[in-house]
Design a protein. Sequence first.
Length: 368
Amino acid sequence: MAYYINIFSPETYLAFSDSNREISGFRDHRQKIAANINPGDKFICYITKLSRWIGVMEVASACFIDSHPIFMHPNDPFMVRFHIKPEVWLKPEAGIPIYDDICWKHLSFTKDSPRNSNSWTGMVRGSLTRLPEEDGQYLEELLTSQNIEPRNYPLTAADKKKLLPRLINSESGQIAVSIPDEENRPSHRPGIETEHTLIQALLAKIGEIMGFRIWLPSADHQRILNKWHPTNDNTLLKHLPLNYDSVTLKIIENIDVLWIRRNAIIHAFEIEHSTSIYSGLLRMADLMSLQPNLKIKAHIVAPIARREKVFLEITRPVFSMMESGPMSNSCSYLSYDAIKDLSNEKNLSHMNDSVLENYAEYAQESDF
């Protein structure tokens, strides 16, 4: 028997709670991992934004593909599915906070970390991360005990706000939206520009190793070339090999990093260290609106401390109700730590760009 983490957002938690609780579903890019999960394995359930463990499910079937809408209508993105038997399903106020000593001091990925550390967050980056057996057993026993003799962990006013329904109906179906509070931009500090440049350089290096040509805004070249040294003179493009109108080209030229193959943009990265996340998303949205037939994979790259802000911004109505579909379906979040981890992969030269999906997080990633 193996244990896997099943991630829920407040929205998917509420939707699953209102269902018959017989199916758990995941996005199609989890299909390869899901194929290795067997009946009898266990899902340990975690709710984001509240950072609480809230359930245990026993897998009752092999994974299967089913596009029939169950939770979101008419287009349900959670098509990789399992029949499950819920053993524990707690109310939010009974969910066990990961920061509580009963969790924090006992889990292998948190016990040696200070409370303000982000080093543990990779474990809850996306669904179907496999838990070490001792962690899975401990959480299963803890949640089972909590189900029998519940201890109350009161929700704050901010927690309750996060649980408010955000699903609205649009012409393309149900989508989740948010209205973020005004962003308090961090004041300029020494090192901010250096960190932004380092991430640009790492993305350029990773893209080159994977066989892409790289586009960087011309004003950034000198700073980035101090940290990244292309192995081929033709890797860093001086001119975009794209046949678009001048307005589209102007937008593209200002995107932080592009990975280009032949004459097509494959990946676009906006790095948001301290500037407004909204502006980076607008640039991506403008590009998608001007060229709706482009199949570009877009990514917002930001420190882990800004993760929730990225998800709040990307689910604003203006991005959720785009003609081409919700931007949250086509634009992912990548943390600085994820980029650094990927750049240090020993077998990076043997990987292709699909590996990004192992590090990417989506605003609607939280599954059912």
